[in-house]
Ligand binder design. Structure first.
Ligand code: PEP
Ligand code: MG
Length: 462
């Protein structure tokens, strides 16, 4: 009843109190049923986490050393639960219906992240199979160690870049330890999500500066606040929306909340004095958004100049291309941008009109869909014609079956989870342009994602 009353309230802040009622209800039920709440900081060794969703606050609290795997009920391959699990470097399987109710405390569970398989109470034979699989995985890891600290080059000697996707400074440290050549995507919203209020200019400045200092040789691409969609930040008091993924989010929100945006841009610009920082704008849909952001940056530059504060006067400004609209007008956007980065996670979701976190439509959420591949090819072509560099920072950048296609299309930079740097560098080193072109030419003749995937699997995974 109280929950309903809160939900019916006119203002968002009161409506959000419904979550508190849910929390109290869950707490009372736990006491009545005698269920002990799991303290994530004090999880026993060799644990497998089985949960509905993985959230940033959960991953922050988790004692990673004691966790061997993660299983969630929700979230697709490119959902934020999946991205967080990958950042932890742990095997994870998502979208397992009823996992929480079916699996019990103390059960023996196998989590095969490479195949997306979860096995509860495996028999002896299955256990043996997975012990061997684990050993083969460890051997491959050893082999890949050879690619650490090396430049990324194709089989015919073309220089490429493997950058990293990060959400905080500890990820940036991992990225540099794992031999990433730069940061291709700093998801700054995680900085905002982990606290009770928006981080001030000083805190943001120090964070971005540290990232820049870690990568003296490469670029650090900082994405401005990508709030909204599935990334709600309660204290920002955002209205609940019927279609949050199509709503007031990312650059749309920032351009309407100029003080918050200004603070972030000032922090990024100040940090740009300490390395090669670039600014990237999420969810750009038209040219006018890019122009508005550039104008704001120009105003802040004048401000900093007047104060005598140091910054990179030539700081580059790029757009994430992750909507069908931006893809279609990539030729126009390329004239407004210093670089592009293709967000294949959202680009797939919006092109296919299929929520990337909804398991029921995950069959549509497929980067091998001809429409998505054609968009990617078109975006890279437009960037090339305008002479600006282009990267991919969606999960497709780490997919070995996508590597020859992306090379054939002319991609410059692959931005991946730090755990995938060496494998991606190795995958790039396997192909000459001629071979990649041949594979892409055939792949692009098929009508369906299934045929494309089947062909790529047959040709690439040997
Ligand atoms: C993307 O959409 O591909 C992307 C890299 O951004 P995010 O996953 O944070 O939406
Ligand atoms: Mg995105």
């Amino acid at each position: 009843m109280f929950r309903g009353m809160f939900l019916a309230a006119g203002d968002e802040l009161t409506r959000q109190r419904a979550t508190d009622v849910d929390d109290i209800k869950a707490g009372l039920l736990r006491i009545l049923l005698g269920v002990k709440e799991q303290d994530l900081t004090d999880i026993p060794p060799e644990s497998i986490i089985i949960t509905e969703n993985l959230t940033p606050s959960m991953t922050a609290a988790l004692n990673k050393n004691n966790v061997r795997g993660i299983v969630t009920e929700n979230g697709g391959r490119t959902s934020h639960s999946a991205i967080l699990a990958r950042a932890l470097g742990l095997p994870a399987v998502l979208s397992v219906p009823d996992a929480v109710s079916v699996m019990e405390d103390g059960m023996k569970v196998i989590v095969d992240g490479s195949e997306g398989i979860v096995i509860a109470e495996p028999d002896k034979e299955t256990q043996q199979f997975y012990i061997e699989k684990q050993a083969a995985f460890a051997a491959e890891k050893k082999l890949l160690a050879d690619y650490a600290g090396r430049p990324t080059v194709t089989a015919d000697g073309k220089k490429k870049e493997v950058y990293c996707n990060i959400g905080n400074i500890s990820d940036a440290v991992t990225a540099s330890e794992k031999s990433g050549e730069g940061i291709g995507l700093f998801r700054t919203e995680f900085l905002f999500m982990k606290s009770e209020h928006a981080p001030d200019e000083e805190l943001q400045f120090e964070t971005y500066k540290k990232a820049a200092q870690l990568f003296k040789e490469g670029s650090v691409i900082i994405r401005t606040l990508d709030v909204g969609g599935d990334k709600n930040i309660t204290y920002l008091g955002m209205q609940s929306e019927a279609n949050p993924f199509l709503g007031f989010r990312a650059v749309r929100y920032c351009l309407e909340n100029k003080e918050l945006f200004r603070t972030q841009l000032r922090a990024i610009l100040r940090a740009s004095a300490f390395g090669c920082i670039k600014i990237m704008v999420p969810l750009v849909t038209n040219v006018s958004e890019m122009r508005q952001v550039r104008q704001l940056i120009d105003e802040i530059k004048c401000e900093l100049e007047a104060e005598g504060t140091n910054f990179d006067r030539n700081i580059q400004l790029g757009a994430m291309i992750e909507t069908p609209e931006a893809s279609m007008i990539a030729d126009l956007l390329a004239k407004e941008c210093d670089f592009f980065s293709i967000g294949t996670n959202d680009l797939t979701q919006y092109t296919m009109a299929a929520d990337r976190g909804n398991p029921q439509v995950s069959y549509l959420n497929n980067v091998y869909e001809p429409a998505v591949l054609r968009f990617i090819r078109h975006i890279i072509k437009c960037a090339g014609e305008e002479g600006i560099p282009v990267g991919v920072c969606g999960e497709a950048a780490a997919d070995p079956m996508m590597t020859p296609l992306l090379l054939a299309f002319g991609l410059d930079e692959f931005s991946v989870n730090p755990a995938y740097v060496l494998r991606t560098r190795y995958n790039i080193s396997r192909w000459t342009k001629e071979e990649a072109d041949r594979i892409a030419d055939v792949a692009m003749t098929f009508d369906t994602a299934e045929e494309i995937e089947k062909y790529l699997k047959m040709t690439i995974i040997k």
